[in-house]
Write a protein that binds this ligand. Sequence first.
Ligand SMILES: [Zn+2]
Length: 65
Amino acid sequence: MKVEKSSYTCTACGKNFSISILNAGFPGGKDRESINCPWCGTENGTIITSGIITSCREEKGGDIR
Ligand SMILES: [Zn+2]
């Protein structure tokens, strides 16, 4: 399994959040999943993945290790 992490800034509320995609390694079976802001729930686009998406609030931007 591998985890991909991406940072986003919400287009609606401007807050930062991150998306972790846990790729469980299923072959094929990719779906289009929504990326929802964990602060306000606005959809910030979609991603096509076979993994499991978890969204995390980031309290501050630009300081993520
Ligand atoms: Zn938001």
